[in-house]
Design a protein around this ligand. Structure first.
Ligand code: LLP
Length: 857
């Protein structure tokens, strides 16, 4: 190690284009210098300049002088704005003149192009050196070409050797020392280097990142910081997936894989040099320097098994080659690939079968024109039948140990099941799994896949070492700080309840009322019913009834419960929506005059006399179900709920025969839905079926409104309302009903439970609590993820990754896996949040454990 400690800071085009941005660079450089070492600043050309130089190169020689003059004036004007003497630009201007009059200019020789392109970085670095020095940070100007030398690779063409070359670097302690002697703050150019003949060459697209990485390794820097316009790398393209999470920590290989498979933040080439030198690389946001960003180093892969990102590339071309003669034929692949080599095409993914080989061509690595492709196909046609499939998109899941996560990908695979997958490829380094689909469907898939990965816990977003806030949260206006959840505000009371009661569900009525008010803002809905199966605590029912809600029941016992505790509620405001309930329950409900929904022909066909004179609703299965888990989707051919639309006519006829009036149509397709368009779709479909029912008065589009888990986006009620309003305008004749459960109560309940013991086995740390799947079944039944906090140690930092388990004799008795908690000890109170819906109501007495107490705050 050299004694001189360097930090390399790289700034892109927009970061060097205004005086304010240069002031920021100065501040950042100073704060790094304050760490005691030296700073090397690597800069790109001012925004737009590289494009102008390209235009100059492509222009006719006679037109070049004018374009050149414009560039000269632009940089002189910028010098004036920065308050520095334009004389410092003289050398660059002289170099430009030389280029213009060069004998190579007419032919646009590649070495000449490289010299012209290099001017952009020379200009910006000259301006920067003068500005920073004038602002009090003496900064030396360093010509990158004196330090970075490029090697030509064996198969490299002329173009690549001059305009897209690579450097091999090694730590050079003497250089680090010598530069430090010359000045603690230095500025140099990205993108440019020299070759062995001393000519200027370019490092290709994204070359400035690569320059910074090379300098980092050369100087043995303590880190390389890449300053950009985004807060770091994300678990998906944030512009397509706003819930994408900041990636706090990656290892070199994962970062390489993410950069290669689509993320544009970092150029994939720049990771090689830092990996070689073991130099950590940070990605930081110039506009918000205090944000943590992404850190890439050798230790990033130590965390839990997790998919880190889902990336995607468009413009992918598949070439499928079919040959019956190929089976076991020696050399077939060699022949085929030789054609790709001859046309200068680099193959990315490969799938092979006995009679078919399909490969993908990645546009970022290939100069793929229609002509090249045609010529390739003509050649290939000599040895096989060729088919080109394009445009395709490659969607890639990236994470170390991909093969060990396959069993958790069922939901993700199901999502692909409905699309046309052309090729699946699993990388041999076990870092990625790629699906090639039609380009047109890829973007819409990304948010759904991302959501599945989080839900299936394949993406360990609650591990704060790996994942940071979502893009959405980071782009929210800064002064909006979310209020603490109620159970954190009421911590003292909860601790007291836990001490007195033992394990208990605690409910917060104000939260329920607030949620009810939010729903009641959805104007197109005429009547709200609360699905009491979610939580039937009497006081909670009374609070909702007081707020104008009717109640929806699924059993005669629920109806009786409602009648007992809400005696004043009009029978017409009670809905009975059974499924496979015995005849007797229908009779009781009809006798009580509540609104009965029929969802099978059997009831009307076999028990006709019970329905004589009654007003009923029919429940329709509009197929395919929706929701947070397969087990809560209540639509589609495998579902036991509802009448098929094709049975409606028969149901109508049976109702007519027994003398019942169909006054309502009902549909409920599942639970935990976060897609705001869902209900408008159900509404429109139901309404379309409504025309044939002359006595129809209302449509009930069910419940299912989801509450977001970690990293998920909240259901946008304004969008729900807007969607419903559109349908309502078409069918104003029928009232609209909805019957949510979860949305009203989920966040209003926590389960409090006490730590009974801890255990460290095979490296897994277990925290045992006195309420398990007997109290809260959802994690075991649906892999549901409930937030878990140590309420006793709420203010302490999370230092352990633990699995929280209950006392039940089942290996599925796990309340949360891989959770970050403070070190927990026997007696601590653990709060399991979002437990107000389908918590206590689904509790059981398995292992003869008593039911858990319910307490209202
Ligand atoms: N209406 C009908 C006809 C229903 O079957 C349900 C729920 C609802 C309304 C209310 O759905 P919500 O708004 O709560 O999503 N135990 C599962 C949920 C099962 C939902 C059953 N039906 C869970 O814990 O996720």
């Amino acid at each position: 190690m050299s004694a001189a400690q360097w930090i390399v800071l790289k700034f892109g085009g927009t970061s060097v284009s205004t005086k304010a941005r240069w002031a920021t660079i100065g501040k950042l450089a100073n704060s790094r210098l304050a760490e005691g070492g030296c700073v090397l600043i690597v800069v790109s050309a001012v925004s737009g300049v590289t494009d102008q130089l390209k235009a100059l190169i492509e222009a006719e020689p006679a037109a070049r002088a004018e374009l050149a003059q414009r560039l000269v004036e632009q940089h002189r004007a910028f010098a004036a704005e920065l308050g520095v003497d334009a004389a410092i630009l003289a050398e660059v201007e002289a170099e430009l003149d030389e280029c213009l009059s060069s004998p190579h200019a007419a032919a646009r020789a590649f070495p000449w192009q490289a010299r012209v392109f290099a001017l952009g970085e020379l200009w910006s670095s000259r301006l920067g050196a003068a500005f920073l020095t004038a602002s009090g940070t003496t900064t030396e100007w360093l010509d990158a070409r004196t330090q970075l030398s490029a090697q030509a690779l064996p198969n490299q063409g002329d173009w690549a050797r001059h305009l897209s070359t690579t450097c091999q670097v090694q730590h050079a302690p003497a250089l680090a020392e010598q530069l430090a002697q010359a000045g603690r703050s230095q500025i140099t150019q990205g993108f440019i280097a020299r070759n062995l003949s001393g000519e200027t060459v370019l490092l290709g697209r994204g070359g400035s990142d690569t320059s910074a990485a090379c300098f980092g390794t050369l100087l043995g820097a303590s880190r390389v910081e890449i300053w950009t316009d985004v807060p770091g790398m994300f678990s998906a393209n944030p512009r397509r997936v706003p819930q994408a999470r900041l990636l706090r920590h990656l290892d070199y290989d994962e970062a390489q894989e993410i950069a290669t498979t689509g993320a544009k933040v970092l150029h994939p080439r720049c990771l090689g040099p830092v990996r070689e030198g073991g130099v950590p690389l940070w990605i930081k946001d110039t506009q918000r320097p205090d944000l943590e960003g992404t850190c890439i180093d050798a230790s990033g892969g130590d965390g839990p098994l997790s998919v880190k990102a889902i990336s995607h590339r468009i413009g992918v071309t598949l070439v499928s080659m079919e040959s019956i003669g190929m089976w076991q034929q020696v050399g077939f692949l060699a022949d085929v690939f030789d054609y790709f080599r001859r046309h200068g095409l680099s193959v990315d993914l490969i799938g092979s079968a006995e009679t078919n080989v399909t490969v993908s061509l990645d546009p970022s690595e290939n100069l793929l024109s229609a002509d090249t492709l045609e010529a390739l196909c003509a050649d290939l046609a000599r040895v096989c039948r060729v088919k080109v499939i394009a445009p395709c998109a490659a969607i890639t899941l990236v994470g170390r140990g991909m093969r060990r996560m396959l069993h958790r990908l069922s939901e993700v695979l199901a999502e692909f099941g409905e699309q046309r997958v052309h090729l699946v490829s699993q990388s041999s380094n076990n870092l990625n799994l790629t699906f090639v689909v039609d380009e047109s469907i890829a973007e819409a898939l990304l948010p759904r896949l991302h959501e599945h990965l989080i839900r299936a816990r394949v993406m360990a977003v609650d591990d704060a070492r790996l994942f940071g806030p979502s893009w959405e949260a980071l782009s929210a206006p800064e002064d909006v700080t979310l209020p603490l959840p109620w159970w954190q505000r009421e911590r003292d009371k909860l601790l007291q309840i836990a001490a007195e009661q033992g394990p208990a569900y605690v409910y917060h009525l104000d939260s329920v009322r607030n949620q009810a008010r939010r729903l009641q803002q959805i104007e197109p809905v005429d009547r709200w019913f609360y699905a009491i199966k979610a939580n039937d605590h009497p006081q909670l029912l009374q609070a909702l009834v007081a707020q104008g809600f009717g109640l929806e029941c699924v059993s005669a016992a629920e109806v009786a419960h409602v009648q007992r505790h809400c005696a004043d509620l009009d029978a017409a405001r009670i809905m009975f929506t059974p499924n496979f309930a015995p005849r007797d329950e229908y009779r009781q409900a009809l006798a009580a005059d509540v609104m009965v929904t029929v969802d099978a022909l059997h009831a009307l066909a076999q028990w006709g006399e019970d329905f004589a004179g009654a007003q009923i609703a029919l429940r329709v299965d509009l197929g395919p179900g929706r929701g947070h888990h397969d087990k809560v989707r209540t639509g589609g051919s495998a579902s036991k709920f509802g009448l098929a639309p094709s049975e409606l006519a028969q149901a109508q006829e049976l109702a007519r025969k027994v003398g019942a009036k169909v006054v309502g149509l009902h549909a409920h397709l599942g639970s935990g839905i976060l897609d705001p368009q869902h209900w408008a779709e159900v509404y429109a479909q139901l309404a379309a079926l409504g025309e044939r029912f002359v006595d129809l008065r209302w449509l009930d589009i069910g419940g299912g409104l989801g509450v977001p888990g970690q990293g998920e986006r909240e259901l946008d009620l304004d969008l729900v309302a807007a969607g419903l309003a559109k349908v309502k305008a078409l069918y104003p004749q029928w009232a609209l009903h909805m019957e949510p459960g979860r949305y009203l109560v989920a966040d209003a309940g926590v389960l409090l439970t006490r730590v009974t013991q801890t255990k460290l086995k095979h490296g897994v740390r277990f925290v045992g609590v006195d309420a398990g799947m007997n109290a809260l079944l959802r994690p075991a039944l649906y892999d549901a993820v409930h937030p878990i906090a140590n309420l006793t140690r709420l203010d302490e930092p999370a230092t352990e990754t633990v699995t929280v388990v209950g006392p039940i004799c089942e290996s599925g008795d796990v309340l949360g896996r891989e959770r970050r908690l403070p070190a927990s000890v026997e007696g601590d109170i653990i709060a399991i949040a979002q437990a107000g819906a389908y918590g206590a109501v689904m509790a059981n007495r398995y292992n003869r454990r008593p039911l858990i107490a319910e307490v209202l705050l």
